[in-house]
Design a binder for this molecule. Structure first.
Ligand code: HEC
Length: 145
């Protein structure tokens, strides 16, 4: 093998490994200090709609007459835990329009420019840390392996 081939091979292995790490630990919900940081971000930015206890707004599945959905819960009664890490991240960063199209009407803000990527991962860590063990495990098994 030439030196060039060796360097290419090492680069390839490094990409494969880092890809794996990022996927396995995308939401750092077992890291206490990140969860704590995420809690204060949640209280300042998300609780007003999604509820102090992640309970969401009343009748969250029913669109209002003017076409808006109330904020869904982030606890185990909602469907936040049905979605992969990366989707939750992008939903928070870019807003629902990223998935539902530019014309979609929603009260959910996009946090791009308001929260850093780390802050978004930390707030998701706080949310996931509040789920019962069984739900955490289901979510990890479905999406983070
Ligand atoms: C002004 C109210 C409001 C605030 C503040 C808000 N959200 Fe939302 N959020 C919503 C609404 C409404 C939806 C439902 C989206 C729709 O309109 O279809 C939603 C949906 C979501 C979803 C998708 C959940 C699912 O089950 O599909 C995520 C994830 C989310 N919000 C995260 C956050 C995070 C994290 C914060 C704080 C950084 C936040 N939201 C702040 C109103 C809000």
């Amino acid at each position: 093998m030439s030196l060039n081939q060796v360097i290419k091979a090492i680069g390839f292995v490094a990409i494969a490994c880092f890809g794996q790490v990022a996927l396995a630990d995308a939401i750092p919900y077992t890291d206490k200090s990140k969860v704590n940081l995420g809690q204060s971000i949640y209280e300042q930015n998300c609780a007003s709609c999604h509820g102090r206890n992640l309970e969401g707004q009343f009748n969250w599945q029913k669109r209002s007459a003017d076409g808006y959905l109330p904020a869904p819960p982030h606890d185990e009664t909602g469907h936040t835990w049905h979605h992969p890490d990366q989707m939750l991240f992008e939903f928070t960063k870019y807003g629902p329009q990223k998935f539902a199209g530019a014309d979609y009407k929603s009260k959910m803000p996009a946090y791009d420019g308001k929260l850093t990527d780390d802050e978004i991962w930390n707030v998701l860590a706080y949310i996931k840390s509040k789920w019962p063990d069984q739900i955490q495990r289901k979510h990890t098994e479905a999406f983070s392996k």
